[in-house]
Design a protein around this ligand. Structure first.
Ligand SMILES: [Zn+2]
Ligand SMILES: [Zn+2]
Length: 371
C-alpha cells in the first residue's frame, strides 16, 4: 500500500514537473551566453536539463549593478529561476565584481573558486572576509582543483586549472606531443591571473574551454610537452585577448573552430593575440564582444562578428592598433558603452554542430559537425 501511494505521489510530481516544462519549448541544446560586461568576464551555460553554470560575474562598482543586470537578462532569456553553480575564476575586479548584486537578484546554489586571494588588494580581501561568506551561507562553497568535475546533468564539466595547478594526466585517448612547445617564450604576469579556474565542457561531441585569465606560463605547464586535452570546437574568453595569455602552445594546439573574445573597447584584442588567433590552424571565425582600439582596423574582425558598439559613434574607427596605455593619471577613459548591451549566444547540439548568433545585428552562423 505504502509503495502504491509513493508511486501515485511520484507520478503526480512527474506530471506536475512535465507540465511546468511544457510551458517552454523543451531545450535540446547546450546554450551559452557570452555576456557583455565591458571587458570583464561573464559566461552563462544552460544545459538541456536546465542545469546552469555561470563563469564570473563582471565588474566591481560602479559597473556592478549594470553587469549584474545584464547577467540577469541572460538568465531570464534562458528561463532560469536559480543559478546552480557560479565559478569565480580568480579575484580580479572584472571577474567577481557583480557577484554581490547578482546574488540579490537570483538564488545561487554553489560557489566555486581557487581559494584565497593572493594578489595584494585590500578591497578584495575585505570582500572575501566580510561579504563572500554571507553570499554562500545558504549554499555550498568549494575550492576547485584540476581533475574535479562539476555535476551538471547532460554535460561533463572538468576543471583543468586552479590555484596555479594544471591538469597533467591526459584525458582518454589524448596526451600526444604538442608541436608548438619548442617555440614557446615565457612571459611575466600578475599574481592572480595564473591562478584562474579553467573549465573544459563536453556536451556529446561538442567541446568548449574557458580558462579565465590563465597566463602563458600556465598554458605551457598544462600543454607541454604533451597535450592532455586534445582539441576543442569553441575557445571562450581568451583573457580579453591580452598578450599575457594566448600562446600558440594553447590556442593552436587546441585547434578551435571558433573563438569568442571578451574584450573591451580599449582592452585586449592586442596585435600579438590577434595574430596568434588568426593564424590558428582550423580556425573558422573569431567573434568579439567589442571593437578594441588596441586592435584597430588592422587586426579586428568585421563588424558583423562584433556584438557591441560604443555610445558616441565615430565617423570611422582608427586603422592602426593603439599601444596599451600605461595606467596612471592623465590616461583618458576608454570609449564608453553604457547603451544597450548584446550577448553572443552559442547553441550547441549533441552531434557537435553549433550555431553562434550576434544578438545586436542578428547575424548567425552554423558550424556543422564533422568538418
Ligand atoms: Zn580579466
Ligand atoms: Zn585577471
Amino acid at each position: 500500500m505504502r509503495s502504491k501511494i509513493t508511486l501515485l505521489v511520484s507520478a503526480f510530481l512527474v506530471s506536475a514537473s512535465l507540465l511546468a516544462a511544457q510551458t517552454r519549448t523543451p531545450r535540446t541544446t547546450l546554450d551559452i551566453y557570452v555576456i557583455d560586461v565591458e571587458g570583464g568576464n561573464s559566461v552563462l551555460f544552460v544545459a538541456p536539463s536546465g542545469g546552469s553554470v555561470l563563469i564570473d560575474t563582471g565588474n566591481v562598482a560602479p559597473g556592478d549593478v549594470r553587469d549584474a543586470g545584464r547577467i540577469m537578462d541572460a538568465a531570464k532569456d534562458a528561463g532560469l529561476t536559480q543559478i546552480d553553480h557560479v565559478i569565480i575564476t580568480h579575484w580580479h575586479g572584472d571577474h567577481f565584481g557583480g557577484l554581490t548584486e547578482l546574488a540579490k537578484l537570483i538564488p545561487i546554489k554553489d560557489f566555486i573558486d581557487h581559494g584565497p586571494n593572493m594578489q595584494p588588494a585590500p578591497q578584495v580581501d575585505e570582500f572575501l572576509q566580510k561579504t563572500y561568506p554571507t553570499l554562500y551561507a545558504d549554499a555550498t562553497h568549494r575550492v576547485a582543483k584540476p581533475g574535479d568535475t562539476i555535476p551538471v546533468p547532460g554535460l561533463t564539466w572538468l576543471i583543468v586549472s586552479s590555484a596555479g595547478e594544471v591538469l597533467k594526466s591526459p584525458l582518454r585517448g589524448e596526451g600526444k606531443p604538442n608541436p608548438y612547445c619548442a617555440s614557446y617564450k615565457p612571459t611575466d604576469a600578475n599574481i592572480e591571473d595564473p591562478l584562474s579556474v579553467g573549465s573544459l565542457i563536453t556536451f556529446g561531441k561538442f567541446r568548449t574551454i574557458h580558462l579565465g585569465d590563465l597566463t602563458k606560463n600556465k598554458e605551457f605547464a598544462m600543454m607541454c610537452p604533451n597535450n592532455p586535452i586534445g582539441t576543442v570546437d569553441l575557445f571562450l574568453g581568451l583573457h580579453h585577448g591580452q598578450s599575457t595569455s594566448n600562446s600558440p602552445v594553447m590556442v593552436h594546439a587546441l585547434h578551435p573552430r571558433v573563438a569568442i573574445m571578451n574584450d573591451g573597447t580599449r582592452k585586449g584584442g592586442e596585435p600579438e593575440t590577434m595574430q596568434t588567433i588568426h593564424s590558428s590552424p582550423g580556425l573558422e571565425d573569431l567573434w568579439e564582444m567589442h571593437f578594441s582600439l588596441l586592435s584597430g582596423q588592422e587586426y579586428t574582425v568585421p563588424g558583423m562578428f562584433i556584438a557591441n558598439t560604443i555610445d558616441d559613434q565615430q565617423p570611422s574607427m582608427p586603422i592602426a592598433a593603439m599601444p596599451v596605455p600605461t595606467p596612471g593619471p592623465g590616461v583618458l577613459p576608454p570609449p564608453q558603452h553604457n547603451g544597450k548591451a548584446y550577448w553572443i549566444k552559442v547553441s550547441a547540439q549533441q552531434d557537435g554542430t553549433f550555431t553562434v548568433t550576434n544578438t545586436r545585428n542578428g547575424f548567425s552562423k552554423t558550424y556543422q559537425s564533422g568538418k
